[in-house]
Design a binder for this molecule. Structure first.
Ligand SMILES: *Cc1c(COP(=O)(O)O)cnc(C)c1O
Length: 486
């Protein structure tokens, strides 16, 4: 007899819940709506508690250890943010409640919009989008609406650097733009001459990520924005890397016309595994009327005795609604809490420590791991996970071996312009001890790659499951109790 797997704990007749007597009259549901068989596992409460607690321990999260997943800003989310989001007044509001009964929620949305405007240097913010990628699509549709409105429908060309996140070309393509790829120059900046060569009357705009996905501040960002503007184009800012800029640089001041924030990255709220995100979009004055809505606004100014009265409005030439109701409200509460606790000074400190931590780590490993664009980085850096004299090991093997050392791997194989890329983002919430321990692991793994490469190529060794076929695992994802399919 084989041992039952954790998914085969069902035992006929076992019961975990007892339903209370129905308080409504019995009703015979027509037979065609009733399933003849419903093979649910039969388990006690204790079986269920152990099952899920056991599975939860297979998982890795920021609460367990260091999580330097580049571009994702996996900073710690203080537990008080969770407590705030769970306050009954926020958690149990119904989105269809009358406006007079949700004044607190609207005040929070309005306050967060105001802060995001201030932090990014924008004139308007919409909280609608549910992720960075959706924020991009919103921004790109705003750019399209702006050109249409100006009688410029021939502006169909969107410039996108080759270091961009894959969502950038996807958002532009989905919105009907023609994409022109812009190379990266020898210093790791978007190639200024290549941008300039594309400035004609068909130019719709440029999508730029600053700091870019190499973790580098775009040294010519002002000139790049200027030539795009001079040619009648608009500039979209991918704000995923705002963590490096908080309180130091405002993208709106650089001339960025429209940008998304990733509240779930920069403003400390949980993300990953396809979970909820929030991608508010900020815009310059000339684009405010195109924002998606509804947007929280003060309908009646307050007085010394009375709070203002908030309402929801649709901007005049809005591209429309992109999300049911008002966006990801629970995430707004966490981000609001985070910003209010840190204040302006604290936000700036967060960015400074994020940049300091990344540079500290970069310098610890740079003699062992080749860093192709090696200059002072911002909140992350990209190293190569390969050695000429240890050709068996690749970035993926290093990533898997790090799991054996108790660390979440960095992002790998992105950005595409670095061979065997390892993209490392420590965030500001890690201590010097954590960074030292991680650097030690990276240096040990480099040694192993030379002396015992099979340790890397067959890693991980101490996880519930070993090396997976990642492509197959993603394409044929099985998350369900297989016994239910029988
Ligand atoms: C995360 C990220 C995005 C997309 O944001 P999501 O919230 O994951 O949709 C876009 N660009 C960059 C550079 C990112 O890191």
């Amino acid at each position: 007899m084989t041992e039952p797997t954790i998914f085969e704990l069902s035992s006929p007749g076992r019961q975990g819940v007892r339903f209370p007597d129905a308080k409504v009259p019995e009703y015979n549901i027509p037979a065609q709506f009733v399933r003849q068989e419903l093979p649910l596992p039969e388990m006690s409460e204790l079986d269920v508690v152990r099952h899920f607690t056991h599975i939860s321990q297979f998982n890795y999260g920021v609460d367990i250890g260091f999580y330097p997943l580049g571009s994702c800003t996996m900073k710690y989310n203080p537990k008080i943010n969770e407590a705030g989001a769970r306050l009954p007044g926020f958690a149990y509001t119904h989105p269809s409640q009358p406006i007079e009964t949700v004044q607190g929620n609207l005040a929070l949305m309005f306050g967060l919009q105001e802060w995001l405007k201030e932090i990014g240097g924008f004139s308007g913010v919409s909280m609608q989008a549910a992720a960075g990628a959706q924020g991009e699509m919103v921004g790109i549709k705003i750019i399209a609406a702006y050109h249409q409105n100006n009688g410029d429908p021939q502006r169909v060309k969107m410039l996108i650097p080759d270091s961009a996140h894959g969502t950038n070309p996807a958002s532009s393509a989905m919105s009907g733009f023609e994409i022109v790829k812009i190379p990266t120059d020898a210093d790791g900046n978007v190639d200024f001459k290549a941008v300039k060569a594309e400035t004609d009357e068909t130019l719709a705009g440029l999508m730029i990520t600053n700091p870019n996905t190499l973790g580098l501040f775009e040294q010519q960002v002002l000139d790049v924005i200027q030539v795009v503007h001079d040619a009648g184009g608009l500039v979209y800012g991918d704000g995923a890397n705002m963590n490096a800029l908080l309180g130091i640089v405002r993208p709106g001041d650089l001339g960025i016309d429209v940008m998304h924030y990733n509240l779930h990255k920069t403003f400390s709220t949980p993300h990953g595994g396809g979970g909820p995100g929030s991608g508010p979009v900020g815009v310059a004055e000339k684009l405010v009327d195109f924002l998606p809505g509804p947007i929280a606004e003060i309908i009646e100014e307050g007085t010394d005795e009375e709070a203002p009265f908030y309402g929801l409005v649709m901007p005049e030439k809005s591209i429309g609604r992109v999300k049911s109701f008002f966006g990801q409200f629970g995430i707004f509460v966490r981000a609001y809490n985070y910003i209010s606790m840190l204040g302006a000074k604290g936000l700036r400190q967060a960015a400074e420590y994020a940049v300091l931590n990344a540079n500290y780590l970069r310098v610890l490993v740079k003699n062992t791991y080749h860093i192709p664009f090696d200059r002072v980085c911002m909140h992350e850096f990209v190293a190569e996970g390969r050695w000429k004299d240890a050709s068996e090991a690749r970035a993926l093997d290093i990533a898997k071996r790090l799991i054996d050392y108790g660390f979440h791997p960095p992002t790998n194989y992105f950005p595409l312009i670095v061979h065997e890329a390892l993209m490392i983002e420590p965030t500001e919430t890690e201590s010097k001890q954590a960074l030292d321990a991680f650097a030690d692991a990276l240096l040990k793994i480099a040694e192993e790659a030379h002396s015992a490469p099979e340790l890397l190529t067959s890693a991980p060794h101490n996880t519930p499951v070993g090396r997976l076929d990642e492509v197959k695992a993603a394409k044929e994802l099985i998350l369900k109790d297989q016994s239910l399919n029988k």
